[in-house]
Design a protein around this ligand. Sequence first.
Ligand code: GDP
Ligand code: MG
Length: 194
Amino acid sequence: MSDDETVEEYLFKIVIIGDSAVGKSNLLSRFARNEFKAHSKATIGVEFQTQSVEIDGKEVKAQIWDTAGQERFRAVTSAYYRGAFGALLVYDISRRATFDNVARWLDELNCKFYTLFHIVYHESKFAAHSDTTVARMLVGNKCDLENTREVSLDEGKSLAESEGLFFIETSALDSTNVWTAFEIVIREIYNNVS
Ligand code: GDP
Ligand code: MG
């Protein structure tokens, strides 16, 4: 078979985390189905959706996982993070408490990923991705709520910078930057693994 006939397939798992009601489920439904729900129910059970993005002429599939009303700290199980190559950490720009909690979500992310990679490292000498950097993006959602904003763009930016995260403000309601947010993370993962 010549190189031309080689079909490369990419499927990346990405997780969305952050406080309750920051808009995680709506970011996902906007990205995966271009839908928004004004009165979304809390997700029950773990749920994921897939969406394909074209990167460098290749089809890259993202399998995006949404927390299932487990937004209390340490309630999100390791299984949720297992195999993930990227994470969107979401807060609500109109509720400062959700921004204040970002540090705790980061701790949890770092701790759970560290545990997983540690296990992989011990179980297999051939673990391909035991030291893979997880593409992490801080997302300030609900940027349509400018009138009730409690967290400035600069605060978001500088937190992301100090923690080494990508940063973007989005609105699942009016679609601002939603596609871009996911695309940046997917592209970064693609660059990490290819
Ligand atoms: P989750 O608990 O993080 O999954 O949050 P949801 O996606 O269920 O959203 C919680 C509430 O915020 C719902 O009432 C949504 O309609 C609303 N919401 C989500 N995203 C946005 C947004 O970008 N702008 C505004 N104004 N409301 C949003
Ligand atoms: Mg939800």
